[in-house]
Design a protein around this ligand. Sequence first.
Ligand SMILES: [Zn+2]
Length: 137
Amino acid sequence: MAETTSRRRLSDIPVPPEVPQRHAGSYRALAQRRTQLQGVITSTSQVLSEQRQSLGGDLTDCAGPQIIEGVHLSLLQRANEEEQQVIAAIETLQGKTAERVYGECIRCGKKIPKARLNAVPYASTCVKCQRDADKEQ
Ligand SMILES: [Zn+2]
């Protein structure tokens, strides 16, 4: 089973010296995700502005373009939100945020299980607290 993807290998991503060695894998995953998100943000913004230009700013009584624009806008919004979380996690890893420790839940202070960090490297809460937070919303 050979790995045939042309993607940049995770192990090629440089890790800054201030990031603890045990979190090197998480840092690389975050850095890669950030690059992916920046690609999504750039291309979605481009599609949106091209669409607006081609319509000449005239969205009158045609619903189709508005729906497509709405899809792109929500995609862009989600990518922006996730990017903010990724950036916050990277800064935490680099020790730039005094109030947060990477891998610790910001609500209960317990360690976030490694499996969760592997799945969501920018997670700032444990599964239980995330569920509680979702319920509160
Ligand atoms: Zn917690």
